[in-house]
Design a protein around this ligand. Structure first.
Ligand SMILES: NC(=O)C1=CN([C@@H]2O[C@H](COP(=O)(O)OP(=O)(O)OC[C@H]3O[C@@H](n4cnc5c(N)ncnc54)[C@H](O)[C@@H]3O)[C@@H](O)[C@H]2O)C=CC1
Ligand SMILES: CC(C)CC(=O)C(=O)O
Ligand SMILES: [Mg+2]
Length: 362
C-alpha cells in the first residue's frame, strides 16, 4: 500500500522561505512519479516566530514536529534578532533546542564536487580536477555548543567543551558505518594537542575503531584539516568531527564545491517513527543569508538536496531521493547557474527558475 508521510515544514527566515518553496515544488512533482505521498504542514520557527508569537520555537511548532516523520528545515536568524537575550534568539532558542529535543546527534554533510562546477570552486583546476566526495559526520547535540556552564558577565565570557564517552561512541559508530558504505576511510578531526576533551575524543574513537577492522582510521588536528581541505580535498572520505569543528569545516567544504548554497544535510537520531521512517531534520548547511534574502537570487540546490536526503536517509525512498540528485546534475550539465555558482558561458537564473528547471528535469 502507498505510504503517506507527515512532513513538518519549517522555512524560517531570510532565504529560508524562498528556497523551501523550490524544494516543496520538487517534492510535489515526485509524488506524481512514485507511489508515496507527503502530507506537508508549515509552521513558524526562528525570527519570524518571534515576530508572530514572541518565541522562536512555539509549542505548536514542537507539537507538529512530534507528530511528523521528518522535519524539513530552512534556516533561521538575522540581524533583526541578534541582540535579543541568547535563549530568545532564533539559533539558540529554536534550532539548537530542536536538535537536542529530538536527540539528532548525527549530522551528515556530504560535500561532493559536481564536475560541471569546477569553475565555481575557488580552488585551482588541478586540485579540483581530481574531484572529491567527502562526507562530514558532525556530532550535533554536544560539545562546546551545549556544554554548561556558559555565560557572559561584565568582564568575561565562557563556554564549556564537554563530551561524554557515550556521545563520542555513538557519533564514531555513525562515521564508521557511513565509511563502510563508502571508501572505508575515517579521518577523525580533533585538537588533542591542546584540549583535554579532544584527547578523550581521540582515545574513544580509537577504541571504537577496533570494531571496524576494515576501516582505515587516521587522526588530524583541526587546523591542519582546514589546510588539507584546500590543499588536497580528494584525500578525505569520511571526516568525523565534534560539533564546532564540523560546523566550521563544513562551510569550508561547501565552498570548495562551489558555494555554501550547494551543501545539504541530514540530522539523525535513533528514533524510528510508526511509519518506519528514521526521524530526522533535514536542512541546508548554510544560514539565512540576510545579504541576499528577498532578491530572488539564492541558490535553492542545498535545500532541494536536503529534501533528497530526507527521502534517502529518513523515509527510505532511496530511488526518489537519487532522482533529485540526478535532476540537479542534469540542470547543471545544461549550463544553468544561480549567481553564487555562475561562471562565464553559463546561463544565469534566479531561485525560482532554478527550482522550476530541477522540477522539470525529474
Ligand atoms: N541552520 C541555520 O539556520 C543557520 C543559521 N545561521 C544564521 O544565519 C544568519 C546569517 O549568517 P551568516 O554568517 O551570514 O551565514 P550564511 O550561511 O547565512 O551566509 C554566508 C554567505 O553564504 C551565502 N549563502 C548562504 N546560503 C546561500 C545560498 N543558498 N545561495 C547563495 N548564497 C548563499 C550568503 O549570501 C553569505 O554571503 C545568522 O543569523 C546566523 O546565525 C547560520 C548558519 C546556519
Ligand atoms: C546555529 C548554528 C550552530 C547553525 C550552524 O551554523 C550550523 O549548524 O551549521
Ligand atoms: Mg554552520
Amino acid at each position: 500500500m502507498a505510504k503517506t508521510y507527515k512532513i513538518a515544514v519549517l522555512p524560517g527566515d531570510g532565504i529560508g522561505p524562498e528556497v523551501m518553496k523550490q524544494a516543496l515544488k520538487v517534492l510535489e512533482k515526485l509524488q506524481t512519479i512514485y507511489d508515496f505521498s507527503l502530507e506537508t504542514e508549515e509552521a513558524d520557527v526562528g525570527g519570524c516566530a518571534i515576530d508572530k508569537h514572541d518565541t522562536p520555537l512555539p509549542d505548536s511548532t514542537i507539537e507538529l514536529c512530534k507528530k511528523a516523520d521528518a522535519i524539513l528545515f530552512g534556516s533561521v536568524g538575522g540581524p533583526k534578532w541578534e541582540n535579543l537575550p541568547p535563549e530568545k534568539q532564533p539559533e539558540r532558542g529554536a534550532l539548537l533546542p530542536l536538535r537536542k529535543m529530538f536527540d539528532l546527534f548525527s549530522n551528515l554533510r556530504p560535500a561532493i564536487v559536481f564536475p560541471q562546477l569546477a569553475d565555481a570552486s575557488p580552488l585551482k583546476a588541478e586540485i579540483i580536477g581530481k574531484g572529491f566526495d567527502i562526507l562530514i559526520v558532525r556530532e550535533l547535540t554536544g560539545g562546546i555548543y551545549f556544554g554548561q556552564p556558559k555565560g557572559k558577565e561584565k568582564d568575561r565570557g565562557f563556554d564549556t567543551m564537554l563530551y561524554t564517552r557515550e556521545q563520542i561512541e555513538r557519533i564514531a559508530h555513525s562515521a564508521f558505518k557511513a565509511a563502510e558504505k563508502r571508501n572505508k576511510k575515517v579521518c577523525s578531526v580533533d585538537k588533542a594537542n591542546v584540549l583535554s576533551t579532544m584527547v578523550f575524543w581521540r582515545e574513544t574513537v580509537t577504541e571504537i575503531a577496533k570494531q571496524y577492522p576494515d576501516i582505515e582510521l587516521s587522526h588530524m588536528y583541526v587546523d591542519n584539516a582546514a589546510m588539507q581541505l584546500v590543499k588536497n580535498p580528494g584525500q578525505f572520505d569520511v571526516l568525523l568531527c565534534g560539533n564546532m569543528f564540523g560546523d566550521i569545516l563544513s562551510d569550508e567544504a561547501a565552498m570548495i564545491t562551489g558555494s555554501l548554497g550547494m551543501l545539504p544535510s541530514a540530522s539523525l537520531g535513533e528514533k524510528t517513527t510508526d511509519n518506519g521512517a528514521i526521524f530526522g531534520l533535514f536542512e541546508p548547511a548554510g544560514g539565512s543569508a540576510p545579504d541576499i534574502a528577498g532578491k530572488g537570487i539564492a541558490n535553492p540546490i542545498a535545500q532541494i538536496l536536503s529534501a533528497a536526503m530526507m527521502l534517502i536517509y529518513g523515509l527510505g525512498q532511496e530511488e526518489a531521493g537519487n532522482r533529485i540528485f540526478k535532476a540537479v546534475d542534469k540542470v547543471l550539465t545544461e549550463g544553468y547557474r544561480t549567481a553564487d555558482i555562475h561562471s562565464e558561458g553559463c546561463k544565469k537564473v534566479g531561485t525560482e527558475e532554478m527550482g522550476n528547471l530541477i522540477t522539470q528535469a525529474l
